[in-house]
Ligand binder design. Structure first.
Ligand code: MIC
Ligand code: SF4
Length: 643
């Protein structure tokens, strides 16, 4: 068996392990972050369970740390009190980014992890099956329930050779994205193997696994070998190591990549799958360079940047910001004098949090060209609609910071940063480790005015009497559906956050959808390929549900978003014939007689009353998923005893 199968089979609780079939797996660890966590814990609370049932659950605060106004801080207080009460480890704001911290301090080879964040697969770098999920799925797993996935097709990526100096893990995953694209990989796991692995340290593997999210795969997995052991040992956690490698070439499909042929790459605006070479851009002016995010903020990454900038000055016309991934990284750089080198070079040192990556701050100027080491460059995500964001490696970012323009790092003497013998271990900002799993009964839950409630779902009606409230194109991301950045602070307040659904795509959506809902009409979203790419934010389903959306009809829908739609009682239809997409217009009146029946059979005919047309749609649902949709979503199903 391959590593993925070994872990999944050891955790299988229901279903036949046949590609595409829905299976339930036992979850050992969970993580949440604050922006999805408040909803996850509100849902957990509503399930009436007294403590978490996992081996470990951690609540990180890393997204909303800007705290303009009381909202973010109210969320933090709520999360902290919930963690104490229910036996969850709480990572205070300022401790670092969830995925980096989890890798450093908690990830264990062979274990399963789900997290309410799409980059949870970062844990694959340490030999885990780590999957991004909706908050409510994490709530169920915290309560001891299984997590459901389609049994994956495992694609083996065979690595040979060795990276050239100046080329690093980010370039590797960009090479994989160039080959496989950011759509069409749903239902697959990418597993890395081969002789090239020996020279890839855990932080590099984690970078590759992290950005596997942009391929749209279920997760990415690396084996647990001597490299993994050395990393865990340096983290003072050798006892957490266990060997785990694939028996043989047991993959459904393979692709080989010779690492020595990889060159510096960039994902060009506005999609991570839009990969170009740095060579094509050398000399092109850049305005802003941001280094950090859960993809590239490890000790290895930031130290490499510091060594490249040491004793030099960043170009006067470029703004350079650095956000380390964790307190451990910051402390080690500080102790080695490297933080001072970065400051001396003219970098702006930012908090070790998501920050710029989610558009919470550091938005670039109008039409700016930005290089960022993060994983997503969707239009407007930086906070500036007209900015052009290129995703690059830390080495390319540092070389370009000096040049004020795209630069090939291979022209510099790039130092090889090796694993330290001991990482600095300081768990002081993790609270409630001693009561993890047990909790402290009676702890009062702190609910400031920003802490709202989860809106109830309503059973699916017999007939869909709907309106195509919006028609969008291909690769609509959750950032389009439910903007983050300046709107992030409303994550715990659905009626308020719902005002911004499709804010930049169609500013009239909220008013139109609310009016339809209030007139008793169902809203339908019509979309092209790969609808719902990107984040795991269930708000991209929850807020539309609140606005009366009952169905999405798309050419294809991405995995996490599809699961979120089902969890909130929205039917995820696809066009039986994609050509029919062209014949539906925004505003059309759409009717499905026998909507509940359609969920049962997986087929329906839609009548478009506005142009006297009919077309067929399909949806493939497991029995469990049918029950959820018919009930009006997962929480409603739990309440009705249907889950
Ligand atoms: C993101 O990178 O888009 C986020 C913000 O981390 C999201 C989670 C969220 O929307 O809160 C993700 O990737 O799942
Ligand atoms: Fe945070 Fe960005 Fe990573 Fe999302 S992708 S978890 S916003 S650093």
């Amino acid at each position: 068996m391959n590593v993925t199968e070994k872990i999944l089979r050891a955790h299988l609780v229901s279903g036949e392990p046949v590609v595409g079939n829905e299976v339930g797996i036992r979850i050992d660890q969970t993580l949440t972050q604050d922006a999805t966590g408040t909803m996850a814990y509100l849902q957990f609370e509503s399930m009436g369970i007294d403590r978490v049932k996992t081996e470990l659950s951690v609540s990180y605060v890393d997204h909303n740390t800007v705290q303009i106004g009381f909202e973010n801080a109210d969320d933090h207080d709520y999360l902290q009190s919930v963690a104490k009460r229910f036996g969850i480890v709480y990572s205070k704001p300022g401790n670092g980014i969830c995925h980096q911290l989890h890798l450093e301090r908690f990830g264990k080879p062979g274990k399963t992890l789900i997290g309410s964040d799409s980059h949870t697969p970062t844990g694959g770098g340490i030999g885990m099956v780590a999957i991004g999920a909706g908050g409510i799925d994490v709530a169920v797993a915290m309560g001891g329930g299984p997590y459901y996935i389609a049994w994956p097709k495992v694609v083996g990526i065979r690595l040979t050779g060795r990276l050239q100096p100046g080329v690093s893990a980010k370039d590797v995953i960009l090479a994989v994205l160039r080959r496989f694209g950011s759509k069409g990989n749903v239902g697959k796991v990418f597993e890395y193997y081969g002789p090239g692995l020996a020279a890839l340290d855990v932080p590099s593997r984690a970078t590759i696994a992290n950005m596997g999210a942009e391929l749209g795969v279920t997760t990415s997995v690396f084996p647990s070998d001597d490299v993994t052991r050395a990393f865990l040992k340096a983290q003072g956690r050798e006892q957490d190591w266990a060997p785990l490698t694939a028996d043989d070439e047991t993959y459904d499909e393979t692709w080989a990549l010779d690492l020595s042929t990889v060159e510096p790459l960039a994902a060009a605006p506005h999609n991570p799958g839009n990969v170009e070479t740095i060579a094509e851009h050398v000399g092109q002016r850049v305005n802003q360079i941001m280094i950090g995010s859960c993809t590239n903020s490890s000790y290895r990454d930031i130290k490499t940047v510091a060594l490249l900038l040491k004793g030099k000055q960043v170009h006067p016309d470029v703004e350079v910001g650095i956000a380390c991934g964790s307190k451990q990284v910051v402390r080690m750089l500080a102790d080695e004098g490297l933080l001072s080198d970065l400051i001396a070079a003219g970098c702006r040192i930012l908090e070790n949090a998501c920050g710029f990556c989610i558009g919470a701050h550091m938005s670039p100027s109008t039409d700016a060209v930005c290089l960022r080491t993060s994983n997503r460059n969707f239009e407007g995500r930086s906070g500036t609609q007209s900015a052009k964001v290129y995703l690059v490696s830390p080495e390319t970012a540092a070389a370009s910071a000096l040049a004020g323009a795209f630069a090939d790092p291979r022209a510099l003497a790039v130092p090889a940063v090796s694993l330290p013998e001991h990482f600095t271990i300081d768990d002081g900002m993790f609270l409630y480790r001693e009561t993890a799993g047990a909790g402290v009964a009676g702890t009062p839950i702190v609910r400031g005015p920003n802490i709202g409630q989860v809106p109830p779902g309503r059973p699916l009606p017999e007939r869909l009497d709907g309106v195509a409230a919006i028609k969008v194109g291909d690769k609509i991301t959750t950032d389009h559906i439910m903007p983050a950045g300046a709107r992030l602070k409303y994550r715990s307040n659905i009626p308020e956050y719902a005002k911004y659904v499709f804010e930049h795509t169609d500013p009239g959506f909220y008013a139109a959808a609310s009016a339809n809902r209030d007139a008793g009409k169902a809203n339908v979203i019509v979309a092209g390929e790969s609808y719902g790419q990107g984040s795991s934010r269930e708000h991209a389903a929850l807020c539309p549900m609140y606005l009366g959306v009952r169905a999405v009809i798309a050419k294809s829908i991405e995995r996490i978003h599809r699961a979120n739609l089902i969890n909130f009682g929205i039917v995820p239809f696809v066009f039986a014939d994609p050509a029919d997409y062209e014949r539906v217009s925004q505003g059309d009146a759409l009717v499905i007689e026998g909507l509940r029946q359609a969920v049962e059979t997986g087929r329906a005919t839609v009548r478009d009353l506005s142009n006297n047309n009919t077309f067929d749609v399909t949806t493939e649902l497991s029995d469990r998923q049918k029950r959820l949709i018919l009930a009006g979503g997962l929480l409603a199903a739990v309440a009705q005893g249907q889950a």
